[in-house]
Design a protein around this ligand. Structure first.
Ligand code: T46
Length: 134
């Protein structure tokens, strides 16, 4: 699917823990304007997201636990399981997303290309399909 890619960053580990680095030159495809994180999700049946962004680009990874990200471009769907701090999901604009199956200790970090702007959201699936069709 266009607009999605998954990359890996390998930890620097020496027995005292794992250190992960996302550096501008190699791993950051846009300037980061905002960072947010989702944690303490009450139950594995919770589904977050259910929207698309018109312009926003994001990098997502779970530093602890796991969750599933289902992406939909209006035609095809795919699911990426984020279950490893070194697994980085890059989402470009115009993808409907559902975030589900949060494990108990899941902490999902999002690096975003822009500040929060509700005008950038499409929260209705039919409206999203019409938007991508045009
Ligand atoms: C995505 C997943 C992983 C703010 O006020 N500022 C912010 O920066 C954000 C992200 C949200 N909000 C407010 C807006 C809503 O009233 O917090 C409420 C929940 O936000 P949202 O519907 O965006 O939450 P999620 O967890 O469904 O989705 C967010 C991202 O928006 C989304 O793009 O991929 O996290």
């Amino acid at each position: 699917m266009d607009n999605v890619s998954v990359s890996r960053t390998e930890p620097i580990g020496d027995g005292s823990g794992s250190l992960y680095v996302l550096e501008k030159q190699s791993k950051l495809p846009f300037e980061i304007k905002r960072i947010y994180y989702i944690t303490d999700v009450a139950s594995c049946s919770v589904i977050r997201g259910n929207h698309a962004h018109k312009q926003l680009r994001q990098l997502l990874f779970c530093v602890g636990g796991s969750c599933e990200i289902t992406l939909d471009n209006g035609v095809d769907r795919m699911t990426v399981i984020l279950d490893d701090p070194g697994k980085i999901l890059y989402i470009r604009p115009c993808l409907w997303r559902e975030i589900s199956k949060f494990s108990k200790n899941a902490t999902l970090i999002v690096l975003a290309s822009d500040e929060y702007n509700e005008q950038d959201y499409i929260r209705d699936y039919e409206e999203f399909k019409e938007y991508v069709r045009k």
